[in-house]
Design a protein around this ligand. Sequence first.
Ligand SMILES: [Zn+2]
Length: 280
Amino acid sequence: MLALDRMAIEEAGPNCVRLAAEIHDQLRHKGGEVPVAAIAAALDVVEIKEAPLKGFEGALIAPDDRNFGAILINSNSSLSRRRFTLAHELGHFLNCWHRPEDPAGRFACSRADLATRRPKSSASAPRRVVQEAEANRFAIELLAPPRLIRPYLRGVPDLAKVLTLSDELGLSREAGARRYVELHAQPSVLVFSAAGVVRYVERSPAFPFVSCRPGQRLPQLPSPADASGLSAHEEADSLDWLARPGRGALIVQTLSQRNGYAITLLAFDAAESGDDEEEI
Ligand SMILES: [Zn+2]
């Protein structure tokens, strides 16, 4: 059985990134899926139960002193989602600042909670929003620590790497793609869509604003090149995509998924911008 020193981990305080980093410092995990159930068990989560749930994806039941906890997971969800939910609930359990809002004293987290991102200004954000965003941040830091993502970050941004790392680490393609772009040195943007309509956009801070907004129709996307649903990198017309076009050659790549869902990656062609610099 895995042994972890919970007191040393909780010395990281309520900082979700440091909590996950401290677990990994102790764990020394070599590669492959992070053993999230064994980690939870080693940190006093005495029961992890899966059952069909309606209206929420996971719940944590724990006394106020958090001496122990029990976690419930929606068995109807995919394996990658169940792993994320378990990591999210563990994030609530280990964060001494988190308090349940449920009158029954439990954390009950919906699909929307599991998609909550850190608000731009957390000072005025409701406590629940901040807690849910922090549990999500903990989950991705635990399941996809920078050390395990680093080997995939060489070269131009490529959704083929996202497919590989998501499979290796047991992440959904969506979570894997966000983590990849977040940690990649070359700025890029992800456009998540369903049936050709934008769901949301995730952009590296250094990448220019894209013109598409949630609810809007996308330009024609590149077609899959093989059964994986992945397209080649194609040249994109920056007029189609950028709010202020004209900053070098843009490349586009799309991963077509089931039921009309797609992930589209945009980046600047590094080779071409290198040539430009030489000409100057
Ligand atoms: Zn939650």
